[in-house]
Design a protein around this ligand. Structure first.
Ligand SMILES: Nc1ncnc2c1ncn2[C@@H]1O[C@H](COP(=O)(O)OP(=O)(O)OP(=O)(O)O)[C@@H](O)[C@H]1O
Length: 610
């Protein structure tokens, strides 16, 4: 068993903390309907269900697969917003998205964690992001120690996440969200993938968190009777309606009142789920009306009580703002207003602090991906030497000018972690994106450099610092733009789709780059494509780094070499009037455009999650 003692747990009294001791946060929903799709494709998932989840209670949402448990919890947590009718209240007053999301935390079913950080590093980064600078390092450290002790993770403090067991990962996911002391905790299938003893530990922990005054709601799949006994409140969903709401030990009596006897030695929830799945005939509608679709709470030996909301307390949930500011871009004005009025900002830490913490964290994870980083490095060097041997000393050969041009031209997420952390308000998307972009830049400079040096000298390109630097400049910008293209597709699509579309979508740009098809052979109605092609700027820039009109004649080992004079080559590829610096500007514009597009793709994706 875990050494859990959350009764006295109170990680500080700082103003950044969400849960104030003694406050209660009763969650009530009424006539909640949820429909996905439109017109012919519309599908109603939840049918005017109601319910009440009290603070200090551990609530389980149960039901057969596809019943609507996750949909209900996502709506209650504020992750789903479209297609919803009905009302969600906190302490009897209408829930406001912005404040509600600040006060609650959501632990996803899968533990999307950065595998290369240690438990302590992860917790510390989360504490810096969530608590900001207002809380001293000492206080953060003691909060972390207290949480780790509570979760039984003290001995794993210096262990990397990838070496933790499934149960420890789950406890870490919960611990990360406990740092800023949420008032309401939602968990999607917290026991999935855990063995029975880890599941028991995990649910015991949740019960203790609830006992400390918080509202804890978890969807759960077929809990065994020991786990079931730890829950205070059951909410059973069947076909998008509520078929039972009340204490665990009143479930069997309620089913009896409806003429359904749970067989001896049969787990009551298994029985209830069989009933909900229709295995005992068409009784679900009777059960739904018996509990008034969640408007009532059944209690054995008492008549069912109303699930009406508790009286409203002042919990800070009722600010004036109506709009949901889940994504940072939409709330600039409101943040300014919040600053003026002294109300809390969206995130625990200021923007520059978020970027610094995320940058440090990203660097650490990249650095620790030793095998991947070494492989990337070695691969660049090996391929560079291979290319150097293949194109040995051709740089100054007039007869080999096409081979040389071809060689030079061609050398040139975590998304789930972001979703989990961003939706739990750890940091803004802009801060994440900026940190990710900055963390990548050194790699995009180092790799092209180690790649170019052997090839450049082995293939005998012009021995001039200017030419080398110009070519390197183009290669680095190609690497940065290429990375941006990958980021864009990775942000917009799932990985298999992205890895298919990213290379395919580059083909038209490659064709109009100028190497495969000469510029004046491109039909006029398609010539605009060349201006959008970063490969076109790459081709121009790399060729102009090596060949310029005044370059001395190349060596010629044949009787006649047409391209002995580099100007002939420039004429052949319509490069005589082109400027290297314009090509570089074209690359920089492409870099900015693709990175901005990737940012908006990511933002769009995050808005439509859930
Ligand atoms: N965006 C959507 N479009 C179409 N159908 C959807 C959408 N989201 C959910 N559904 C459907 O709604 C129903 C309820 O889904 P939900 O994920 O809430 O069920 P669940 O009870 O959590 O199931 P499970 O236990 O299998 O996770 C399912 O039939 C699912 O296919």
């Amino acid at each position: 068993m875990l050494p859990v003692n959350l009764d006295k747990w109170n990680p500080g009294t700082s103003t950044t903390r969400k849960y104030q001791e003694g406050a209660s946060f009763d969650l009530t929903f009424r006539d909640l309907s949820y429909t996905t799709g439109k017109g012919k494709n519309a599908k109603q998932i939840l049918h005017q269900i109601s319910g009440s989840f009290k603070s200090g209670h551990l609530t389980a949402i149960l039901g057969p697969s596809g019943a609507g448990k996750t949909s209900l919890m996502n709506i209650l947590a504020g992750l789903k917003k479209g297609g919803i009718e009905g009302r969600v209240d906190v302490n009897g007053a209408k829930r406001k998205f912005k404040t509600f999301r600040k006060q609650s935390a959501y632990v996803t079913q899968q533990d999307f964690l950065l595998k290369n950080l240690t438990v302590d590093e992860y917790m510390t980064a989360a504490a810096h992001l969530k608590l900001g600078k207002k809380v001293s390092d000492k206080e953060k450290k003691s909060t972390i120690e207290q949480i780790l002790k509570t979760l039984g993770l003290t001995n794993t403090q210096q262990t990397r996440v990838k070496r933790l067991s499934g149960g420890e990962c789950k406890r870490l996911s919960i611990g990360l969200e406990l740092i800023d002391n949420p008032a309401i905790l939602f968990l999607d299938e917290p026991t999935s993938g855990l063995d029975s003893s880890s599941s028991l530990q995990c649910v015991s922990l949740l019960r203790d968190i609830a006992r400390s005054g918080r509202t804890v709601v978890a969807t759960i799949h077929q809990p065994n009777s020991r786990i079931l006994d730890l829950f205070d409140h059951l909410y059973i969903v069947a076909g998008g309606s509520c078929m039972y709401q009340g204490p665990v030990d009143s479930l069997v009596p309620y089913l009896q009142t409806m003429g359904l006897d749970c067989p001896n030695h049969h787990n009551p929830t298994d029985f209830a789920i069989d009933v909900a799945s229709g295995e005992y005939g068409d009784v679900v509608s009777r059960l739904v009306s018996g509990i008034e679709n969640g408007s009532r709470i059944y209690q054995e030996n008492e008549s069912a009580s109303s699930a009406s909301p508790a009286l409203s307390h002042d919990t800070g949930f009722y600010e004036e703002d109506e709009c949901d500011t889940m994504l940072d871009g939409s709330s600039k004005k409101k943040d300014k207003k919040a600053k003026k009025t002294g109300k809390g900002l969206m995130y625990g830490a200021p923007f520059h602090y978020q970027v610094a913490i995320l940058l440090g964290r990203t660097w650490k994870t990249i650095w620790r991906e030793k095998i991947l980083t070494t492989m990337r490095f070695t691969l660049h060097i090996c391929i560079a030497f291979l290319m150097g041997m293949l194109y040995w000393q051709i740089g100054d050969e007039a007869d080999d000018i096409f081979n040389n041009a071809g060689m030079i031209f061609f050398i040139t997420l975590e998304r789930e972690v972001l979703v989990r952390e961003h939706l739990n308000q750890w940091y803004s998307l802009k801060a994440y994106y900026l940190a990710k972009t900055l963390a990548d830049i050194p790699f995009q400079i180092v790799f092209p450099t180690v790649y170019l040096i052997p090839i450049y000298f082995m293939s005998n390109q012009p021995m001039s610092i200017e030419s080398f630097s110009m070519l390197l400049g183009i290669m680095i910008s190609m690497a940065l733009v290429g990375q941006g293209v990958g980021l864009f597709f990775g942000a917009a699509f799932d990985i298999p789709v992205a890895s298919y579309f990213a290379p395919i979508s580059c083909i038209p740009f490659l064709i109009v780059s100028g190497f495969i098809l000469k510029f004046n052979s491109i039909p006029p109605y398609l010539s605009w494509l060349t201006h959008l092609s970063f490969l076109h700027y790459g081709f121009e820039g790399s060729m102009l780094s090596l060949y310029w009109a005044e370059r001395p004649p190349l060596s010629c080992s044949q009787a006649y070499c047409h391209f002995r004079y580099p100007i002939k080559f420039l004429e052949q590829f319509d490069l005589t009037n082109k400027s290297y610096y314009l090509a570089l500007v074209g690359m920089l514009v492409s870099f900015v455009v693709i990175r901005v597009a990737a940012y908006f793709a990511l933002r769009f994706k995050l808005r439509h999650i859930g």
